[in-house]
Design a protein around this ligand. Sequence first.
Ligand SMILES: [Mn+2]
Length: 391
Amino acid sequence: MPAYESAHEGEPNEGEPYEGAWAQRAEAELPGFRHQQETERCLEHGLRGAPTITDRTIPTFSRGELPHFAGERGTFLKCPFVEDVREVGDAEVAVFGVPLDAGATYRPGTRFGPQGIRRSTNLFGTYCYELGVDLREQLNMVDIGDVFTIPGNLEKSFDQISQAMAHVVSNGVTPVVIGGDHSIGYPTIRGMAPHVDGNIGIIHFDRHVDTQESDLDERMHTCPWFHANNISNAPATNLVQIGIGGWQAPRAGVRVSRERGTTIITVSDVERVGVEKVAEIALETAWKDAKAVYLSFDIDVVDAGFVPGTGWPEPGGLLPREALKLVRKVAEAGLAGVEIVECSPPYDWAEQTALLSSRVILDSLATLVRTGRLGRKAARRSGAAWGPEAA
Ligand SMILES: [Mn+2]
């Protein structure tokens, strides 16, 4: 695929004046094998369409991507589902849900986050125009379902989450975690840390500082980094926190972040120095003497007007396009995993919070593919896999 040469994504440069023109050409270079394969499988499993249907790729029963409103398979982006998680190692990326809201201190509902976010992806195709990436063709991604969380018991749920994370990571697979409230940031890091040969940096998007030791006498969603940063190879000095501010950053957490030396960037900082510079600072901090960087994205970092369906909405956050551009910039350097948290579908009256949550995952993955950090591992076992063909 032709490389888009611009130093700054989306900005004109010499020889290739517009991203729009580049993307229009780049599409021609993308493979279409997996789409072809899916069409054939759909016709076989879903029977050929009625004689009056002119398009002979349409089956009687919906079995694939189309139509987007039907044939809901319940997986993220309708990617392949893996029933036997012992076989997760055949994939390059594994998506799993963590339906948990026991850590919410105000609005509940994030236990429905995985369900809502997966459903919102029915709307999307597998191809992104301006990134020039088609995930179905280029990424061996699977959905392995949800962690069995224990409603009402945070600590048992944490143990389940850490065990799930460790299983995926120890199989050499990149995890994508769909929360759940932000308390899961601690058990996800705890599950990953023993499998990283060095320090883990965390890029944390949020309106809230999330660094206090306990809240309401438990390790709630205000507390993940206090405990994650106690893990020896996940130090606070590699924690960069973007978008913090407003009237819901408890002083107990601010004190901890100050004492431990986390790096905090406010929404005004983003406005003042710009997305490019903020991404640069974030990468420098997270990657300093680190072996891996993890993205923990709380959807409430985006202005409450765009994301009503969240546990603790705080007006004045990032604009969606700022947030997505920041995600793409930090993903360029590589990510060992991604989690998206705090999407609460019961409060999400037009699915916009779930849609934006899905975009954070999709844009991260597409950037990792575009920069060549993902997209090389072919499935060997599954005939219905996505991504590159086995040699
Ligand atoms: Mn938050």
